[in-house]
Design a protein around this ligand. Structure first.
Ligand code: SF4
Length: 393
């Protein structure tokens, strides 16, 4: 263990706080709400778009100066649901306080059936250079069961349009949908690979409380894939995507060389970021804040001149270091031990406690100058991260 930090007072240690160089903006509009979705979304209420843009202009305008940023992520909801004029207005609000560094990554989440010529031109004009398409599947029956309103043809057209202006195109996929078999997932994944995108995010379907899918699951109207099938599907995805040149770099993320999502890497590396809009979560000056999930409550607070914050916490040094380590282990590269200790005041070995040696012995974790999970460790990431976040010295 590195001895240079033995004199650190671990109750009061505060890492040197860097200025954020990343911004997330949550655009809550969608045509309809998909049955599995628990995001902060207002579906079918486009008359609120003006009110949203006013609120975003106000919220961003509360910053008292200009910042330079390396990554901007327009997420949602569905940013591509905004009209070209409204996309332009949104970017003007962002640029009022944020200038984009040379070579900045600017991502927009898009629904395949939104990406017509006009929207693609507008996204290109405002500087979007990375498109993340909410594809989820190319199988008609699975798309219907997920309540998606696009077709495989829409996806092919959208990928072509995205390629015409973006330097990086990503697709989101879902596996373990209700009734989906391993064979069906293989066929679906192969269809997605034929799109030859630069990046794929593959997520296992989760049944979140409060969603239609949660209610149906509890009413036994749909069934969840069993754990073995889920693990099988995930393993197949890793192998197939890696074989196709999309190397896994995070639990759910796969990229060709040079196409990792730089914005998401900010989160996994424990770096700070600004965020605006309903439900947006930020990490600035060592403080985590989250805006109100309810879009209406977000509007009302901003319109009343109040910051729309629902939740705020500044973790004490040890929980903050534990959280940072747990998040970093999502990344296949893990984290460099010495810089982790320098920045948090805690050594990795100390935080892993008795689990460190036993996870290494069981082939779940590797520790040299870096600490990272093996592929077996990533299979049980949720279990490992919960033990790290719980104090166990
Ligand atoms: S399009 Fe995306 S954000 Fe909108 S309801 Fe469906 S899953 Fe949720």
């Amino acid at each position: 263990m590195n001895q240079r930090f033995d004199n650190v007072d671990r109750d009061t240690f505060r890492p040197a706080l860097a200025l954020p160089r990343s911004v997330y903006v949550h655009v809550p509009f969608c045509r309809h709400r998909c049955g599995y979705c628990n995001f902060s979304v207002v579906a079918g209420r486009d008359y609120l778009v003006d009110r949203f843009l006013n609120a975003i202009e106000t919220e961003i305008g509360w910053l008292d100066r200009q910042f330079e940023i390396d990554t901007l992520f327009l997420g949602g909801g569905t940013p591509s649901h905004l009209s070209p004029a409204n996309l332009e207005r949104l970017m003007a609000a962002i640029r009022a306080r944020f200038s984009l560094a040379d070579n900045a990554e600017v991502t927009a989440e898009c629904n395949p059936n939104d990406l017509d010529e006009a929207t693609a031109s507008a996204l290109a004009a405002i500087g979007v250079n990375r498109v993340s398409l909410g594809v989820q599947s190319l199988d008609a029956a699975k798309l219907a069961s997920l309540e998606r309103d696009h077709t495989a043809d829409d996806v092919h057209r959208a990928v072509e349009r995205a390629r015409s202006f973006a330097t990086s195109v990503s697709v989101d996929l879902i596996f373990a949908a209700p009734g989906e078999t391993r064979d069906a997932w293989q066929v679906d994944l192969d269809a997605a690979l034929r799109l030859q995108t630069d990046h794929v995010s593959a997520y296992e379907l989760t049944y979140e409380k409060g969603t239609q899918f949660w209610n149906r699951l509890n009413a036994e109207a749909i069934t969840e894939a069993d754990e073995d099938t889920q693990a099988d599907m995930y393993t197949h995805a890793i192998e197939r995507l890696n074989d196709a040149g999309l190397a896994q770099y995070e639990i759910s993320s796969f990229a060709k060389e040079g196409h990792r999502c730089r914005h998401n890497e900010v989160y996994w590396n424990g770096r700070p970021y600004f965020a605006f809009g309903p439900s947006a979560a930020r990490f600035v000056d060592g403080v985590r804040e989250m805006n109100h999930l309810s879009t209406m409550k977000y509007f009302k607070q901003v319109e009343a001149g109040e910051r729309p914050i629902d939740f705020r916490e500044q973790l004490s040094p040890e929980p903050a270091a534990r959280e940072r380590l747990a998040i970093a282990l999502r990344h296949v590269d893990g984290v460099e031990c010495e810089s982790f200790e320098r920045e948090t005041g805690f050594s990795v070995a100390q935080l892993l406690g008795k689990h460190g040696p036993s996870w290494q012995q069981d082939g779940l974790l590797v520790m040299d100058d870096r600490v990272r999970l093996t592929s077996a460790g990533r299979m049980i990431y949720n279990h490992i991260s919960s033990l790290i976040e719980r104090a166990v010295a």
